[in-house]
Write a protein that binds this ligand. Structure first.
Ligand code: IPD
Ligand code: CA
Ligand code: CA
Length: 273
């Protein structure tokens, strides 16, 4: 059992508070599927309430830190060094459809570098956390990326562009390059959990374009602290700015990257997400 630092405890407390509300609201959403209006407004409110709960806990514990939150945007801090990066509900489309796969993601950046991350899956009660230089943990146990080195045995996950989002033909070409070579490709719909699953060895790799910093910040640290590699799909290191991410175990990252970038769209300029 790892000893948790005070900062990780602050993050877990904030995630836990949001999780309690989301779990309650998720029960309602399942009922609302059959109502003619559907659960959209209810889910937006649940999302905003979750963000408010996280914000209150973080600000109470560290009043001088800045915030970057999906719903409320940027709140500058007064200490100039620290910034929380928060997605209060990652996997909104799943939540909206009554699919029990979503999470809360909280990262802490210090001087522009992510130093701590917490991802909480309230339905499975899975708590992932990582701290720079200390390791990555799931429910108190150290986690490692998988050790599979054979691409033919690899299970990958991805994010599929959707209505009015992303470069659909570029994604189709990446998928065509990858799918004949691997054991399977999944689309679970919560990028933060996708990264947590790479960190805990459930899948060998995950790639997606068009993400936001709050989708990735905590998960990238988890994968790195679990011994995996994370870059942009094209190989650069500016994932939080570009929205492009490829996370994989140390054995297969290079192979998957070569495969993705061998697809035709990588040879021409890409459309912006
Ligand atoms: C989304 C999820 C999804 C990814 C989308 C994200 P949200 O976040 O992470 O897996 O494919 O690009 O926007 O909207 O559920 O917080
Ligand atoms: Ca998200
Ligand atoms: Ca969200």
């Amino acid at each position: 059992m790892a000893t948790r630092s005070p900062i990780i405890n602050v993050m877990i407390k904030a995630a836990d508070r949001a999780a309690r509300g989301l779990k309650r609201d998720f029960g309602e959403v399942e009922q609302l599927q059959v109502s003619p209006k559907g659960p959209s407004d209810f889910v937006s409110t649940a999302d905003i309430k979750a963000e408010r709960a996280v914000r209150e806990e973080l600000v109470k514990a560290r009043p001088t830190y800045g915030l970057l939150m999906e719903e409320s945007g940027v709140t500058p801090g007064t200490d100039g060094q620290h910034r929380w990066i928060v997605d209060p509900l990652d996997g909104t489309t799943n939540f909206l459809h009554g699919l029990p796969h979503f999470c809360i993601s909280i990262a802490l950046e210090r001087a522009g570098e992510v130093v701590a991350g917490v991802i909480l899956d309230p339905i499975r009660d899975d708590l992932y956390w990582a701290e720079r230089g200390i390791g990555a943990y799931l429910n108190g146990r150290r986690i490692r990326v998988s050790s599979r080195r054979n691409l033919g045995e690899a299970l990958l996950a991805t994010g599929i562009p959707f209505q009015e989002h992303g470069d659909h033909s570029a994604f189709a070409a990446e998928l065509s390059a990858v799918m004949p070579k691997v054991a399977g490709v999944r689309r679970f719909g919560a990028a933060a959990l996708d990264l947590a699953y790479v960190a805990s060895g459930r899948y060998e790799g995950f790639w997606e374009s068009g993400l936001q910093p709050w989708d990735m910040a905590a998960g990238i640290l988890l994968v790195r602290e679990a011994g995996g590699y994370v870059t942009e799909i094209g190989g650069g290191e500016n994932m939080l700015d570009s929205g492009s991410v490829l996370a994989a175990n140390d054995q297969l990252h290079g192979t998957i990257q070569r495969l993705l970038t061998s697809s035709e769209p990588w040879k021409r300029p890409r459309a912006q997400p």
